[in-house]
Write a protein that binds this ligand. Structure first.
Ligand code: MRU
Length: 357
């Protein structure tokens, strides 16, 4: 792959491919503070549940490092208090993707554990900060590995010659690399199966048109872009063999929150007897959440709806709604592909089993 989504450089600068600009401009932004990382998540320079989690981990490292320069941080307790404030701030960047809280929780836990082991001086704090750095890179590396494992399992569901519809971008651009839904497609292609992808454009942010189409073309995987409202027609015509999407949060009963518009694709798939698959790492499953009703749905600026690339397309002062995600009830989900295997209904049971509950 000729691009990378994000990385933490040796000089402690976080680099991100600016996804607001793709595919017309390929620009990497350099982020030097945790606040810049927060803004990058909020403004969707980086997006996609796993990529948001990895970004937050890198951001927390930059935040922790900056605390070492503060005179008022003079021991573990003052460090921890300020670090947890930074963690809460980072958590508020976007509400729906559970991976954000998952990654932040993992780093907070590390800080608590290390706090018990290190000396109560600046050297001790430096040690904690360097452990955060190692952990954030581990989260990055693990994400790629997890996606590859998910791909290996999921590829068994895609037969040679399949036309696969996807919504939004659940690819390398939405993760540290390789992708979830697109990772499954990549794995099937690498097994020499002929797979063609139909990409929903995904209004209003156009992740399908701008990101999925670009990412797959970069990789030489056949892809055809459609307007969101074409999916039903193509399904009825027998032009779609399977749907595969990613997820931002999956409740313990298998209800799936994903990009707005996913629900209607899932309903159409069931109506047309087409399997609807969700590919997501276990970190996307919110095991403490009983159903999708409890998933917070992000509402974004209505300018994303009333304008396209800064050009107004609706009347001045038009009312608009901009929910960024919807919830697909579990009855529409044929299978959930994870790094530990493929889960089938009854999801309450199969999800509990995979978590050893
Ligand atoms: O608003 P976005 O672009 O962050 O939404 C992304 C999605 O909905 C993806 O499908 C989801 O995060 C899975 S990414 C592997």
């Amino acid at each position: 792959m000729a691009f990378y989504t994000l990385k933490l450089r040796d000089d402690d600068v976080v680099e991100m491919l600016d996804q607001r600009k793709l595919p017309l401009e390929i620009i990497y932004v350099e982020l030097k503070t945790y606040k810049e990382v927060y803004d990058a998540i909020k403004d969707m320079i980086v997006r996609g549940a796993p990529a948001i989690g990895v970004s937050a981990a890198f951001g927390l490292y930059l935040g922790a490092k900056s605390l070492l320069d503060l005179p008022e941080v003079n021991g573990y307790e003052t460090f921890k208090k300020k670090f947890f404030d930074i963690a809460d701030f980072m958590f508020s960047a976007r509400p729906t993707a559970v991976n954000l809280g998952w990654a932040i929780g993992r780093i907070k836990e590390l800080v608590e554990t290390e706090g018990k082991n290190v000396a109560q001086n600046n050297a001790g704090l430096k040690k904690i900060v360097s452990r955060i750095r190692v952990e954030s890179i581990k989260i990055y590396d693990e994400d790629i590995e997890i996606n590859k494992n998910m791909g290996r399992y999921g590829a068994s569901l895609l037969k040679d010659g399949f036309n696969v519809l996807t919504h939004c971008n659940a690819g390398a651009l939405a993760t540290a690399g390789y992708g979830t839904a697109l990772g499954v497609i990549r794995a099937a292609v690498s097994e020499n199966k002929k797979i063609s992808v139909i990409s929903d454009e995904t209004r209003p942010f156009l992740q399908g048109a701008r990101l999925t189409t670009w990412e797959l073309m970069e990789d030489g995987i056949p892809v055809t872009l459609i307007a969101d409202n074409s999916a039903g027609l193509l399904m009825r015509k027998g032009k779609i063999d399977a749907v595969i999407v990613g997820a931002d949060r999956i409740a313990s009963n298998g209800d799936v929150a994903n990009k707005i518009g996913t629900y209607q694709v899932a309903v159409l798939a069931k109506e047309n007897n087409i399997p609807f698959y969700v590919a997501a790492p276990l970190s996307t499953i919110d095991i403490n959440l009983e159903s999708g009703d409890g998933i917070p749905i992000e509402e974004r600026d209505i300018n994303e709806v009333v304008m396209v690339f800064g050009k107004r397309i609706a009347p001045e002062n038009a009312k608009a709604l901009n929910y960024a995600f919807d919830v697909t009830p579990n009855r529409y989900v044929s299978a959930i592909i994870t790094e530990k295997g493929i889960l089938y209904p009854d999801y309450k049971k199969s999800i509990a089993d995979v978590f050893g509950k």
